[in-house]
Design a protein around this ligand. Sequence first.
Ligand code: NZQ
Ligand code: ZN
Length: 389
Amino acid sequence: MNDFIFENSTKIFFGKGCVKEHLACLTKDYGDTVMLAYGGGSIKRSGVYDVVTAALKQAGKHIVEFSGIMANPTYAKVLEGAKLAKENHVGLILGVGGGSVMDCCKAVSIAARYDGDVWTDFWENRGTIDFEPLPVGVIVTLSGTGSECNGEGVITNEELKVKTGRDYPKCNPRFSMLDPTYTYSVPKYQLASSSFDILSHIMEIYFSGPDEDNVSDDISEALMRNVIRNLRVAIQNPEDYTARGNLMWDSAMAENRIIKLGKRLDFQCHQMEHQLGAYTNCTHGAGLAVLHPVYYRHIYKEGLAKFKRFAVDVWGISAEGKTDEEIALAGIDALADFIVEIGMPVTLRELGVDESTDLKAIADSCTIVTGSYKKLTHEEILDIFKECF
Ligand code: NZQ
Ligand code: ZN
């Protein structure tokens, strides 16, 4: 295990009714004005909006609405939110939604406290800015990204065609409210996509050294099995509280830094998906579902023992009568079969990427990570994209 320092400042409220019970009291320390941030309107259709606004009114808050946060939030939307927050002397940004809303809120919390070029000074040249962002609290309606429990805000700069994030601990939400019933209304495709995102986060951590006995790998295997089992249940019965609750906590566990401790981390697939997203605006988890099996078939030989362990311990594949390579490949096949089973796309074409897309430009724009079993080149990334097409 590598050395680490651990901190996670987010206070979690988990359970049915937690918003109604705790929100009014929680907001009391953050001034008179709350910026209520949300997406395209799912919170109005589900009734969550009414519960939240009632609690804020009960607490005597003035509410400034910041709505229309799109999936894969843009830098332009961040600047719009920052202007609104500054003009209204907002004391708390309350994000209600999925990863896009939460990420946008964190980015706004930085931009609202900075007068310079925040893209250059925060996202591009990391380390330039160090100050307290505006406080953010979140109410999760879609779990998967883990944004509810970390400091990362993934933002797309449309002009530069760059999608990037940064886990800035001061952007950890002050509180996160996780009511599994709030996720009942998530459509099946989005449920599968977001849950695959959880699985992807865990795999990106698991498939990287060091590989000697370590607690992260053991927890990761339990989490992966939990995601697989509960996603199957939630697809069959969207209102299964146990399944939704498990997935909600899996999401936070995958990205609250705990299983990352002591590991080098891969995240090459995430790098590739983010740039694919910057060029095509694809759905994050679905993009990862297309990329992962192909990427793993490119790198498994360099991490053979771990891929073998994945096959046996996560997918229950029998090692009997098989070579190490056959076992490792059977595990990747099981992952690919699961992707089909949950209704995720398996090609870029199915993801909505068309022939005119410049795959070379996307490949060239990807960052090459250092923590993977095999350090890719931009040519190999292009090969993977072509194979996925
Ligand atoms: O906008 P509304 O109307 O709310 O609809 C949303 C959106 O259309 C809908 N939705 C959310 N909750 C719902 C619901 N529909 C019905 N019922 C509900 N209860 O779901 C759609 C997708 O929402 P979005 O927030 O975009 O999805 P997700 O949570 O997957 O977030 C994706 C974004 O997070 C980033 C991704 O790159 C992407 O930009 N990520 C953030 C990370 C982080 N902060 O740590 C890490 C991840 O790897 C990821 O990069
Ligand atoms: Zn992700």
